[in-house]
Design a binder for this molecule. Structure first.
Ligand SMILES: *Cc1c(COP(=O)(O)O)cnc(C)c1O
Length: 366
C-alpha cells in the first residue's frame, strides 16, 4: 500500500478531456508567450481573487520579486518577513536588493506574529510580506493597521493560499499586491512553473506588466530595466481549465482535514489551528508532534508519504548568515521546525486512506 503526499496524476485523469482539448487548442493557436490565454486567465484570477487586476508572471517567486520592484522597494530598504516559510519569500527580498528583517511566527497558526511586528518597524521599513502559510491567511487586520500608520507596503505571499478567506476577504486582495504560485503541487497547479500578481492599484498593475517584459513601455522602448518573467499560454490554458474545480477541491481538502481532526481528537497529536476569522484551503495539513522524526520514519516504512515543511527557518540558513541572526532569535519558528509534519491532504484522498494515515501516526506518536 502506498499513499502519496499529492496525486497530480489522479487529478489530471479526473479532468483529462478538458485539459487535453485545451492543450490542443493552445497548440493550434500558436500563442505561447503571454497572449490571449494568459489575458483570459488574468481576468479570471482577478475576478476570483476580487481584485481589479492580475498580471501573469513566470513563477510565484517572480511574483514576489516583481511586486517589490513595482512598489519601489530596493537597496536601502528593510522588508519584514517571517522566517518559517518557503525560501522564495526571503530570496525575493534579497534579490530585490533590500534587507531582510525577520519577525517570528505565532505558535498556533505558523503565520507572522503580529504582536511582535511593531517592534521590528523602523524608518527604513518599506514593506511587510505576510505569508499565508499552509492555506491559512495571516492576521491581516493588525498588519494593515500598522502598515497604514507607518506608511509601509504590504505584499501578501499567497503562494499557498489561493481562495483562502480572512474575514470573508480573499487571500491576495488585502495587500498592495498578492502573489500567487501555479507550481504543480499548489492547490491550483499548472504543469510547469507559473505565477500571478493580483492588485487593485492601477499604477502598480501597469508597472508590473512592464517589469515582466524587460521594462518595455512600448515595443523596444524601455522606461526602466525589468526582467523576463512571462506566463505562457499552455500553462494559462491548463490553469483556466482547472479553475472551475478549485472551490470543490478546496472543500474536499477541508473535509479531509475535519476527518483527520476527528481521528486525532483527544490524542497527543496537535492538529492545525484555524482561527475563526479564517477559511483555510489546506495546502498542507500540518500536525505537531513531540517525536516527529520517529513518526515520520514509521509512516515512511509503511509507504505513507509525509514531509517536513520546513526543517530550517530562513534566519539560520547559511546563505543569510550575513544578516547576523543566530539560533534562539526566532524561537517559535525554530521549535516549529522540529515538530511539524505534513500529512497527505489532497482532494482525491479517500476516507480509508485518511484512516490508514491517522492510525499509523497514532501508533507511535508520544
Ligand atoms: C511555492 C511558494 C513560493 C514560490 O512559488 P514558485 O511558483 O515555486 O516560485 C513562494 N512562497 C511560498 C510560501 C510558497 O509556498
Amino acid at each position: 500500500m502506498n499513499i502519496p503526499l499529492v496525486d497530480i496524476k489522479a487529478q489530471y485523469e479526473s479532468i483529462q478531456d478538458d485539459i487535453d482539448s485545451k492543450v490542443q487548442e493552445v497548440l493550434h493557436s500558436g500563442q505561447f508567450i503571454l497572449g490571449p490565454y494568459v489575458q483570459k486567465l488574468e481576468e479570471e484570477i482577478a475576478a476570483y481573487c476580487n481584485t481589479r487586476f492580475a498580471i501573469g508572471v513566470a513563477s510565484g517567486t517572480d511574483a514576489l520579486l516583481l511586486s517589490l520592484k513595482a512598489l519601489g522597494v530596493g537597496p536601502g530598504d528593510d522588508v519584514i518577513i517571517p522566517p518559517f516559510t518557503f525560501f522564495a519569500t526571503g530570496g525575493a527580498v534579497h534579490n530585490a536588493g533590500a534587507r531582510i528583517i525577520f519577525c517570528d511566527i505565532d505558535e498556533e497558526t505558523f503565520n507572522i506574529d503580529t504582536e511582535k511586528l511593531e517592534e521590528k518597524i523602523t524608518i527604513k521599513t518599506k514593506a511587510i510580506i505576510p505569508v499565508h502559510l499552509f492555506g491559512q491567511c495571516a492576521d491581516m487586520a493588525p498588519i494593515r493597521d500598522l502598515a497604514l500608520t507607518h506608511n509601509i507596503h504590504v505584499i501578501e505571499d499567497a503562494a499557498q493560499s489561493i481562495g483562502a478567506l480572512y474575514n470573508g476577504k480573499k487571500a491576495g486582495s488585502m495587500g498592495d499586491t498578492g502573489c500567487i504560485s501555479f507550481f504543480p503541487t499548489k492547490n491550483l497547479g499548472g504543469y510547469g512553473d507559473g505565477g500571478m500578481v493580483v492588485t487593485s492599484q492601477e499604477h502598480v498593475a501597469k508597472r508590473l506588466s512592464m517589469l515582466r517584459v524587460h521594462g518595455e513601455e512600448k515595443r523596444y522602448y524601455h522606461a526602466e530595466i525589468g526582467i523576463n518573467s512571462r506566463l505562457d499560454g499552455l500553462q494559462a490554458g491548463i490553469i483556466s481549465a482547472k479553475l472551475p474545480h478549485l472551490e470543490g477541491w478546496s472543500e474536499k481538502r477541508r473535509q479531509n482535514a475535519a476527518k483527520y481532526n476527528e481521528l486525532f481528537a483527544n490524542s497527543v497529536v496537535r492538529t492545525p489551528v484555524i482561527h475563526e476569522k479564517n477559511v483555510s484551503i489546506y495546502n498542507q495539513y500540518t500536525i505537531r508532534l513531540n517525536n516527529r522524526d520517529e513518526v515520520m520514519q514509521h509512516l515512511q516504512s509503511k509507504g505513507i508519504a509525509c514531509a517536513v515543511y520546513y526543517p530550517k527557518p530562513l534566519h539560520i540558513q547559511e546563505c543569510f548568515s550575513y544578516l547576523d541572526y543566530k539560533p534562539g532569535d526566532c524561537p517559535v519558528s525554530e521549535k516549529a521546525a522540529e515538530e511539524v509534519l505534513s500529512l497527505p491532504i489532497f482532494p482525491e484522498l479517500t476516507d480509508g486512506q485518511i484512516e490508514t494515515v491517522a492510525k499509523a501516526v497514532l501508533e507511535v506518536a508520544r
